[in-house]
Design a protein around this ligand. Structure first.
Ligand code: ATP
Length: 259
């Protein structure tokens, strides 16, 4: 049976940097199989929130839960907990082809089983074959199998972003954290990305929950089941996209105008 998508909770999470409250009593929930968007103007605390969930930044107050249990995120343990992330920088290896880059995603992120055999040196031909098949299958799903043997540097930026997404998905996470997935993409590529992200919780064998932190409001409104809005570190609105879009506090804070 496929593992179920993860749930995530933040309760009164705060983070200060010196005297600055980058996050101020933020509480939110991500339900299983939900796509949750986090938006807000520059400096609102989005990256800090993302980094708290990834374990790069420790909250100064509050608590987190994963699947309802108390959770202290640590970057090196995320993979073992079924969590993958993409970062703003693509971080692809220029000397490897696309397929190898995606295979690296599994070897870097899997804790147990076939992929760890590759890390531990107990590498067999069967392991490698399985890894190759897993990577090929994700490339297929993201419609980039045709560039499997190209070097990332030779590909358009939008395709490289898709490779980075494939690398995060090859470990078949239960929770995917996306940091500005639409950054640097044109309108057509954003639409395609929206389709891909929307499909993630509906994957027939490996459905996952998704949290995405994003500047691109249109993408967030297109793909998210719910959106939370930060401003000066505080959560000022949360709800379905249409509701959030019409919220006067959001218009005021995020779009810089009321009504
Ligand atoms: N490591 C740090 N040290 C000091 N201040 C920080 C640090 N990280 C973030 N901040 C401050 O915390 C606040 C929130 O920053 P953050 O990067 O989380 O916002 P953001 O919403 O991601 O902004 P942007 O949309 O511009 O990327 C900002 O005022 C920022 O200057």
């Amino acid at each position: 049976m496929a593992p179920s998508p993860a749930t995530l909770g933040l309760r009164d999470v705060g983070r200060t940097f010196g005297g600055l409250r980058a996050l101020d009593q933020v509480s939110l929930d991500l339900a299983a199989g939900e796509v949750l968007g986090v938006i807000g103007p520059n400096g609102a605390g989005k990256t800090t929130l993302f980094n708290v969930v990834c374990g790069f930044v420790r909250p100064t107050s509050g608590s987190l839960t994963l699947d309802g249990a108390p959770w202290r995120p640590q970057p090196h343990r995320l993979a073992g907990q079924g969590i993958s992330r993409t970062m703003q920088g693509l971080g692809l290896f220029g000397g490897l082809d696309v397929l190898e880059n995606v295979m690296m995603g599994a070897t870097r992120t899997s804790r147990a089983g076939w992929a760890s055999a590759l890390l531990g040196g107990g590498r067999s031909r069967g392991d490698e074959q399985r890894l190759r098949e897993a990577a090929t299958s994700v490339l297929d799903e993201l419609a980039i199998a045709d560039v499997a043997h190209a070097r990332p540097g030779a590909l358009p930026y939008a395709v490289r972003k898709r490779v980075a997404l494939a690398r995060a998905l090859v470990s078949r996470p239960r929770l995917l954290l996306l940091d500005e997935p639409a950054g640097g993409l044109g309108a057509a590529d954003v639409d395609e990305l929206a389709g891909l992200v929307r499909g993630l919780p509906r994957h027939d064998r490996h459905p996952c929950s998704v949290m995405l932190v994003e500047h691109h409001v249109d993408l967030v409104m297109q793909v998210c089941d719910r959106v939370v809005v930060l401003n000066f570190g505080q959560l000022i609105a949360a709800g379905p996209p249409a509701q959030v879009r019409a919220d006067p506090a959001v218009l005021e804070a995020y779009l810089g105008k009321a009504g």
